[in-house]
Design a protein around this ligand. Sequence first.
Ligand SMILES: Cc1ncc(COP(=O)(O)O)c(/C=N/[C@@H]2CCCCNC2=O)c1O
Length: 438
Amino acid sequence: MSGNSLYARDSAVNSGLQKLRFFPQEVVRGQGCRVYDPEGRGYLDLSASWGATSLGYAHPDFVARVHEALLGQAGASMLSSAVLPATALAEKLLEITPGGEDRRVWLGHSGSDANEAVARALPVATGRHRVLSFAGAYHGGTQGSMAVSAHPVQSHAARDCGLVAVPYPDPYRPFEGDPTGAALLAHIEALLEGDCPGDEVSAFFIEPIQSDGGLLIPPPGFLKRLGEICARYGILTVCDEVKVGLGRTGKLHAFQFEDWTPDITVFGKGLGGGLPLSAVVGPSALLDCATAFAMQTTHGNPISASAGLAVLDIIERDGLAENAATSGAKLLSALREKLAGNPAVGDIRGRGLVLGIELVGEDKAPAPALTRAAVYRAWELGVVAYYVGAGSNVIELTPPLILTGAQAEAGAAILAEAIADACAGRVDEALTAPFAGW
Ligand SMILES: Cc1ncc(COP(=O)(O)O)c(/C=N/[C@@H]2CCCCNC2=O)c1O
């Protein structure tokens, strides 16, 4: 990087508090599924900015709808006025989100502030002080959302005093050797009858696929049975669809694979199409439990709300959930074919366009150095992908929902080449060392 390169300038002025870097990526514009560096080189973005750009970049219809909202800017906040796009978005979210009667919608800027709003309201609305979550869970980067998370990167954060974290069901590394999840459910039930009395628990925060914790997909029926256990104790279920929701898995909601309907559903990332937007859909008893208790000045602003309406309309109009299913299946099968027989590839898993490639050493030991080298090499070859996981060894793929089958094939080929180069030691560690990743 030259001294006045964009990356050098970023290093000189942008705070490290908000950096999670894997290679010296520079972006000056995006189009479709590609981002472009200052030299005009295009990269196939298989992350979509950690899942935020669900429609890809500069989608023409999205641009037009946001531009129209800007031209007639209907204020900048729903705090002290009813704002048409914010109300219309809330009505649309209630229409498309399964759930009980008498519900409301809270609108925010991020998955973090949405989960924080829920966490803040729960003790007020329920009188219960305990919260359940899964080990490895990432529900946000604000104080209140970190308090109900349990991701290793946040080990220094203050946890909610009533938080109990239990293992997430992972068929590749099954709890007590039981890939069905039955042993884990029994463990949770024992907890609710013992050290964590169920009648003191307000809610269970649940990712329907645990992404930052390692792209873990629960065994069939697990979430349905967990929901039944929670219902027996009056424990509300909070389904965090921020990263894997809104069509990404091939269904509109990831929880729809589970024949399960959560009490509360949290949206973010892709809802805004790259603009800051989140939402909570849940009971009025929770979301109306206090006045002015979870608000920020530009919550419900008409630009973000119009962006959300455009995203939902385009996902529906263009069948992007179905596209995620077909392109995701192609990506999954191409990866499995190209990586077959590589002992460093412990598991390749996914649902629609949310996939993970777990890299391991002997006896499934996580291989973080290999993973770091593989994503760096993929970037050199023209693919953007990052890694996740408690062992920093799972390459996460969450491309734009518009990804074509041809792009899926091309992306799989580059990822396979990158992993092969990393396995062969052809990636200079001096290049990857400056990138802490997580
Ligand atoms: C399931 C789930 N719930 C909430 C969040 C927080 O969303 P925001 O980062 O938009 O506040 C996230 C955010 N995930 C992180 C964001 C930081 C960088 C690492 N990768 C993520 O996707 C999430 O995955």
